[in-house]
Design a protein around this ligand. Structure first.
Ligand code: K7E
Ligand code: CUA
Ligand code: CA
Length: 642
């Protein structure tokens, strides 16, 4: 029996995650035992996930299940890890605690494996003349009532002032938005409550607006804005003009407030200028008031006439500026919804603030902005980011000290009131120079205090030499007990800035293993086919339309629907391929030799690419994903007449 015959399901249904009768794993295993084995793995993994969430109250046995980093062959990880990719412009999905990289999601980058930046479908998302690089720092999942909801990921592009949305179900980027009135989008966060209506993002660099050559060297006229993006439409809802600049941002657990750090309150354009002040600030935003101001027409527009910009500079009722020391960087809300911590960077302190007091300040009950500050514990040198275990402890990266400082929030607040109490619990050396850190589930109400990742910028001598550019070192730390324990070193390609870990049992069922026919991601291509009278699931046809040629074909291992097609030199050719294999994991590729084209077509996906046949001759196209014993023979010819 051929793979192709094997792959057809009698009922013609799309296979799903729980139906292993047609899974490739089972096919390759070739026996019922394989099917059972796969099912058992799923169950065991689920149990481990459960045990993980109960560790606080459970005996050592549960603890061992959750805290073995050993994930044997065939077993699954308890957590998804979602990593930004830094200068690679992508996202990466890992399994935690094994730290195995599972997939990469191209976002702002060109990716030859799936043809991101090459296919028509990806170009529609990227937009015309899209830059070919990105710098992803902050990735967050949409939430509903403070819990991860498995709908979308959102990520910034610091390099080219963009924000992208990625669908969790297919792990594919589906929207990219350029942000006007700003340069360099850095901090990004989602509204948590009642659900992610807005995605907030920070314009980091101050420039003139419009930035068209005017006011070049007049920094007093530079400014930046805070942006709220509608998470569903991916259109900008509003912006807030602020004083200073914007670094990182954070949201509360009521949906009413967000805040951002500013390290350049000085408005400086040189390093020394930006370090002048002993205190910069955190700026808080009153979201309902801003919405009301926009509704009442109290706004201006700058580069984009459709984007309302309200004035949130000092004196505005829409914002609160809280002075904090010095060039603050990360800003992190505690999962109990009560506190928010700004990390001092050039100060050895972090500033603990109360969301409730922020609310009181906006209600006019507090006079001094500093009244929202509860404590300013001293932790060590170069505090950058803080995360939480859900048991009242905070973990702050100390960049200069190369340590994670574990400290207790309530004790720090007591110390802030003048009590003599030691709030520091432990300092753990990390290797080396940590930026972000993140505890499992820490950015939701479900913080579970199991694992901590320290994203270290330098690996120095921890790995084999690979030339002058070293990998980063993302260290996994067990925080389930009283003491932090370093568990593993994990080299990563530069430079993930941030990551988060979420329990597999919450979101794995939302991930599709096979595309839905007609998925919105490629719906426009299907609509084009329909206009041409093509049924993408069965037709193999060439449509000529002047010097435009559209080549429609199916792919089913080990053959394309067309063995050859003929065009004239100079034709604009669009090749549209639909993978009609029903088997999970049976992906095909389409690579056109010497034309710089490759794309991936997964089961029930339609991918297309458009190019000019500018070279006469015979050009073989071939499948790039090993799909069948006769995979090498899965090829055909494009004949280009001179
Ligand atoms: Cu600290 Cu871009 Cu979040 Cu880097 S940022 S570390
Ligand atoms: Cu299809 Cu290889
Ligand atoms: Ca400063």
């Amino acid at each position: 029996m051929s793979d192709r015959e094997n792959s057809s399901r009698p009922d013609g249904e799309t296979p799903d995650r729980n139906d292993h009768t047609v899974s490739r794993r089972a096919l390759l295993g070739g026996a019922a035992a394989g099917v059972l084995g796969a099912g058992a793995v799923g169950l065991a993994g689920g149990a481990a996930g459960l045990a993980g969430s109960l560790v606080g109250a459970s005996p050592a046995s549960a603890r061992e299940v959750a805290h073995s980093t050993d994930v044997p062959p065939g077993k699954l990880d308890d957590y998804y890890g979602v990593w930004s990719g830094g200068q690679s412009g992508e996202l990466r999905i890992l399994g935690v605690p094994s730290m195995r990289e599972l997939i990469r999601i191209p976002v702002f980058n060109v990716d030859g494996t799936i043809g991101w930046g090459i296919t028509n479908e990806s170009k529609r998302v990227l937009g015309p003349n899209a830059p070919l690089n990105g710098d992803t720092h902050h990735v967050h999942m949409s939430q509903t009532d403070g819990h991860y909801d498995g709908r979308y990921l959102f990520v910034n592009d610091k390099a080219n002032t963009r924000v992208a949305r990625v669908r969790w179900d297919v792990m594919r980027t589906d929207k990219i938005l350029h942000i006007p009135n700003a340069q360099s989008i850095h901090g990004l966060r989602v509204q948590r409550v009642p659900k992610t209506k807005y995605v907030f993002c920070n314009g980091e660099f101050r420039v003139p607006h419009p930035n068209d050559g005017r006011d070049l060297n007049d920094p007093k006229k530079y400014f930046t804005v805070y942006t709220a993006i509608d998470a569903e439409t991916m259109k900008i809802a509003w912006q807030v003009l602020v004083d200073g600049n914007l670094d990182n941002t954070e949201t509360d657990y009521t949906g009413k407030y967000s805040g951002a750090t500013c390290y350049n309150s000085e408005g400086g354009v040189h390093l020394a200028d930006m370090m002048e002040a002993e205190r910069d600030w955190v700026v808080f935003f009153d979201i309902p008031r801003i919405e009301a101001a926009v509704k009442a027409g109290q706004y201006k527009t700058f580069e984009d006439p459709d984007v309302p910009v309200v004035d949130g500079r000092h004196g505005s009722k829409l914002t609160l500026y809280v002075p904090v020391p010095k060039n603050p960087h990360g800003i992190n809300a505690s999962p109990d919804g009560k506190y928010v911590v700004a990390n001092g960077k050039l100060s050895p302190t972090v500033t603990v603030m109360s969301w409730e007091k922020v609310d009181q300040w906006f209600a006019g009950k507090l006079k001094d902005p500093r009244d929202v500050v509860l404590a300013e514990p001293e932790l060590g040198l170069g505090p950058l980011h803080t995360t939480y275990d859900g048991r009242g402890n905070a973990y702050t990266t100390l960049f200069i000290d190369s340590q994670i400082c574990k400290w207790n929030l309530h004790d720090a607040i007591r110390a802030g009131k003048g009590e003599k109490v030691n709030y520091i619990r432990q300092k753990l050396d990390v290797n080396f120079q940590p930026g972000h850190n993140k505890a499992s589930m820490a950015e939701t109400r479900d913080a579970d205090g199991q694992w901590l990742i320290s994203l270290n910028k330098f690996s120095k001598d921890r790995f084999l030499r690979v030339g002058p550019l070293h990998p980063d070192n993302d260290q996994l730390i067990d925080i389930s007990g009283d003491e932090m324990k370093l568990v593993s070193d994990n080299p990563v390609y530069c430079e993930p800035h941030d990551c988060f870990m979420l329990r597999r049992d919450l979101v794995e069922h939302k991930v599709k293993q096979v595309w839905d026919w007609g998925d919105p991601f490629y719906a426009e291509t299907v609509a084009m086919a329909k206009k041409d009278g093509i049924d993408i699931q069965s037709d193999n046809k060439i449509i000529r339309d002047g010097n435009k040629v559209r080549v429609y074909m199916t792919s089913a291992a080990p053959a394309y629907g067309l063995n050859e097609f003929e065009v004239n030199k100079g034709d604009e050719v669009t090749v549209v391929i639909t993978n009609i294999d029903d088997v999970e994991d049976l992906t095909h590729g389409f690579c056109l030799s010497n034309y710089g084209i490759n794309m991936e077509i997964s089961p029930h996906e339609t991918s297309s690419v458009t190019f000019t046949a500018d070279k006469a001759g015979v050009y073989w196209y071939y499948c790039t994903f090993f799909c069948h014993a006769l995979h090498l023979e899965m090829r055909g010819r494009m004949l280009v007449k001179a």
